[in-house]
Write a protein that binds this ligand. Structure first.
Ligand code: PSU
Length: 302
């Protein structure tokens, strides 16, 4: 594992560090929007008082903290692979370029000593999982790795109530950042599910994580951040596009790892780019919140 000198120094000095995933770069957004977003997320983390550590795999090595050249390679690579925890070893031995998912980014962040991680949405229980058994490895990782994932919940391309239920079964702390205890639904601010509790104070999250740690609990934390009102897309339009994309995925026999990238790309086409703009807005918002959280998490003042 190669940790960049900036990230190493920040960790040694007890400064805030935020891990950023790279599947969103390799499979989540099209070029060149993926590159500009990767840069802007790093910038958002910096301007909120922490250091970014984008994580990816290159040439048989795990990299924590990328320079601009590596970001560019990741964003423009035509054969980058999607790397969940299962795929880390295989991607290393094949020396492939790999974009890390929430699960593998959490695992690597924890190994590097980073406890805060920002992304758009986590993977979850897929609709129709009772037939397909398609449940993201992100949920498994959350049940065993003590990292706080700052996100906007899961897309409604997934089954939100079952995902929230799964998180509860596996003892994952699940908190909404905001005034109301309503679990967000990615593009829109509300779903019909609730979290464990809600708060507007990041200090509560710091305390939650520190208490969890002191009890020796291994579980992760979801800090679910509703997209800011001004960016929340028209829920109905996006919902219709999602329903259509899910149907097309079934008809075309798209399965397992390919389901999420297929549906995301199709929803973007069907909404003529509106879903992508919304996606980027919430990614940036989450990176800023994570930057502020990480700065507090490592605050050495008494
Ligand atoms: N949700 C998004 N965009 C994404 C992903 C999820 O809105 O790019 C990516 C994340 O990296 C997440 C992964 O960890 O997809 C989940 O994939 P799967 O369902 O195959 O585990």
């Amino acid at each position: 594992m190669i940790i960049s000198s900036q990230v190493k120094e920040a960790l040694a000095n007890g400064e805030g560090v935020v891990a950023l995933e790279s599947t969103v770069i390799t499979h989540g957004l099209p070029y060149p929007h993926n590159l500009s977003t990767a840069r802007s997320l790093e910038q958002k983390v910096r301007s909120s008082g922490s250091h970014p550590a984008t994580i990816a795999l290159f040439d048989g090595k795990i990299h924590v903290g990328l320079d601009d050249e590596k970001l560019e390679i990741l964003a423009s690579s035509k054969n980058a692979v999607k790397v969940s925890t299962r795929d880390i070893a295989k991607t290393l031995i094949k020396k492939e370029v790999g974009g890390t998912t929430v699960a593998s980014t959490m695992k690597i962040a924890h190994a590097a000593g980073i406890s805060v991680f920002a992304t758009g949405g986590i993977g979850g229980v897929h609709r129709g999982a009772d037939q397909t058994f398609d449940i993201s490895a992100d949920l498994q990782e959350l049940s065993k790795t003590p990292v706080c994932v700052v996100c906007s919940g899961v897309k409604s391309i997934l089954d939100i109530p079952k995902t929230v239920e799964y998180l509860e079964t596996h003892s994952v702390n699940c908190v909404v950042y905001g005034q109301e205890n309503v679990f967000p639904s990615f593009f829109t601010r509300k779903s019909n599910s609730r979290a464990q509790f809600n708060t507007e104070r990041l200090e509560d999250i710091v305390q939650l994580m520190k208490t969890s740690k002191s009890l020796g609990l291994p579980y992760g934390t979801i800090l679910a951040c509703p997209i800011p009102e001004k960016y929340a897309a028209d829920g109905d339009v996006i919902q219709r596009a999602i329903n259509q994309a899910v149907q097309e995925a079934i008809e075309q026999n798209i399965a397992s790892q390919n389901v999420t990238p297929f549906i995301l790309a199709r929803v973007n086409e069907l909404t003529e780019g509106a879903s992508m703009a919304t996606n980027i807005a919430l990614l940036e918002n989450n990176a800023s919140i994570a930057g502020r959280l990480a700065a507090k998490m490592n605050d050495r003042r008494p």
